[in-house]
Ligand binder design. Structure first.
Ligand code: CP
Length: 308
């Protein structure tokens, strides 16, 4: 694997290989072992053109635990504000001996553009990881979600999984759908209002529900999504109260799922909009476990890319 740009098209074996590799790093990310030397001498550049708390920080921690040298480019004070193009920025960072770029960008496809550019100009030397591009893909979030599900539920082939909320604008939903389908989840549901669901879901084998209570019945895993207001330019937004009434996860609605169902959320959460605090902080929530597993998963991705 040279770059990680999307989970679409990755085989079941490759997904399990990444998750198995992540499992070997959980001890490292749990503070038992501070560092391993796998990326010694490798320079990782974090390029976050869009804001982030979890992804940027856990990539930095992961790279440091692999002994890489990490540079966090401050985009707002970089020369992109003077009009320097994305690819000129990349060329200059490669001239500083960047080995790996971790890229988040509001434009779908930006990490692909960078990967094509470095393929053309740098042969096999430079690796690109998509840390979330527009509404398109967030592959490491998808992988850490799969790690979390495997950790708590073991066997993907026996699960009923529901993804709830603004699927239309969610790169996490797209990555999760690709991964869950490849890993053999027999019943994948999405739940949301028609206006926030993309077309073509049924063709991907996904069951579509607009009634949250019907969609949650007997599921093993509930993945909640945030309303991605920043990507809804010009759209008619539901009010937070109205949305919460129909699609907010409360204890009463969660009781329709299996008693041992887990509740996931990629963050950031909007409490009282898509999720009630009693659920977000409740015994079935594994939301902070997802964040912790993200370190090991990102260590796995970077170490696998560096070997190729
Ligand atoms: N899940 C996620 O991508 O969170 P951040 O935007 O904080 O990185």
């Amino acid at each position: 694997l040279r770059h990680l740009l999307t989970l679409e098209g990755l085989s079941r074996e490759m997904l399990h290989h990444i998750l198995d590799t992540a499992a070997t790093f959980v001890g490292v990310s749990d503070r038992d072992v501070k560092k391993v030397p796998l990326l010694r001498g490798v320079s990782v550049f974090n390029l976050f053109f869009e804001s982030s708390t979890r992804t940027r920080t856990t990539f930095e921690i992961a790279a440091k635990r692999l002994s890489a040298d990490v540079v966090n480019l401050n985009i707002t004070t970089s020369s992109t504000s003077k009009g320097e193009s994305l690819l000129d920025t990349i060329d200059n960072l490669v001239a500083m001996h960047a080995d790996m770029f971790v890229v988040r960008h509001a434009q779908s496809g930006a990490p692909f553009l960078i990967a094509e550019h470095v393929n053309r100009t740098r042969g096999s030397e430079v690796h690109v990881i998509n840390a979330g591009d527009g509404r398109h893909a967030h592959p490491t979030q998808g992988l850490l979600d799969m790690y979390t599900i495997r950790h708590f539920k073991q066997d993907f082939t026996r699960l009923r999984v529901a993804i709830v909320g603004d699927v239309l604008h969610s790169r996490v939903a797209r990555s999760d759908i690709h991964a869950l389908t490849t890993l053999g989840v027999p019943e994948l549901r999405v739940i949301g209002p028609h206006t926030l669901l993309p077309g073509g879901l049924e063709q991907m084998g996904v069951r579509v529900f607009t009634d949250m209570r019907a969609g949650l019945r007997d599921v093993d895993v509930v993945i909640m999504l945030r309303l991605q207001n920043e990507r809804m330019r010009g759209a008619l937004l539901p009010s937070a109260q109205e949305y919460f009434k129909h699609y907010g996860l409360t204890e009463e609605k969660l009781a329709l799922a299996k008693p041992d169902a887990i509740v996931m959320h990629p963050g950031p959460m909007n409490r009282g909009v898509e999720i009630d605090s009693a659920v977000a902080d409740g015994p079935q929530a594994v939301i902070l476990d997802q964040v912790t597993f993200g370190i090991a998963v990102r260590m796995a991705v970077m170490s696998i890319l560096a070997k190729s």
